[in-house]
Design a protein around this ligand. Structure first.
Ligand code: PEP
Length: 257
């Protein structure tokens, strides 16, 4: 049975004091919950990965990076390699977020290179894909999703479903307060799962976690989780608030019963 993943993406938010107070606020509540089928993840900036990991080491929470370099090492000022992330003991990293695609021109080919570097270093990628509003309005959503899957996962071997997570994030719903309806998201999640079954195996497609991202918050999470192919959220804004983050974990725990 697939896990329900509540993954917070903090983007470039929170300074050191704010990171410490968030950890303080969630540590005990997390320790008092039973996480059989729910996986809490938080992705702080590179600067605070170790701090989050140390502060929350006694909890079920997994710390993830937000991005990774497509290079192994060398003269790449400002970049962080998959080997560096692995040496911190990280198990997850977001890759292909639309903000990286837009601001840093990450193409599907570059996202694929990054994804392979993560996998080579034992880190599970959370691969983000999603269409723009213009593409949706032109009826191109399915085609864009297929191109992204084919481009980012070309000749990528997946041994088991836990080698990868996919996050469907329609760009028009990220940080806009405009969520895709459960039905809109489900339609795309179903398409992604079908592509996985056609490209890999039915069992892998059945077991791989596909998250939805785009203005997820406590008030709309339960509706999204009620869709058969939505296995959790990649959550920006609402994950910055400790109470909201804990509330979303409680919703996931309730849903997992
Ligand atoms: C995101 O950061 O991937 C995201 C979906 O942000 P938000 O929840 O704020 O829309």
């Amino acid at each position: 049975m697939r896990k329900i993943v509540i993954a917070g993406n903090w983007k470039m938010h929170k300074n050191l004091d704010e990171v410490y107070s968030f950890c303080k606020a969630i540590k005990e509540p997390l320790m008092n919950k039973k996480f059989d089928r729910v996986l809490p993840i938080l992705a702080p900036s590179f600067a605070f990965l170790s701090i989050l990991k140390d502060e929350l080491q006694d909890t079920a929470l997994q710390v993830a990076a937000q991005d990774v370099s497509c290079h192994n090492d060398g003269a790449f000022t400002g970049e962080v390699s998959a080997n560096m992330l692995a040496s911190l003991g990280l198990n997850y990293s977001i890759v292909g977020h639309s903000e990286c695609r837009n601001h840093h021109n990450d193409s599907n080919e570059v996202v694929r290179e990054k994804l392979l570097k993560l996998m080579d270093n034992g880190i599970k990628p959370i691969l983000c894909i999603g269409e723009s509003l213009a593409q949706r309005d032109k009826g191109e959503t399915g085609q864009v999703i297929m191109e992204q899957l084919e481009g980012c996962l070309r000749d990528v071997t997946l041994y088991t479903a836990s080698d990868l997570m996919i996050a469907y994030e329609p760009i028009w719903a990220i940080g806009t307060g405009r969520t895709a309806s459960g039905e809109q998201a489900q339609e795309v999640h179903r398409l992604i799962r079908k592509w996985l079954a056609d490209t890999y195996k039915d069992q892998l497609a059945d077991e791989l976690c596909i998250l939805y991202g785009g203005s997820v918050k406590p008030s709309n999470l339960a509706g999204l989780l009620s869709m058969p192919d939505i296995d959790g959220g990649l959550i920006g804004g609402a994950s910055l608030d400790a109470n909201k983050y804990l509330k979303m974990i409680d919703i996931a725990l309730e849903h997992s019963k």
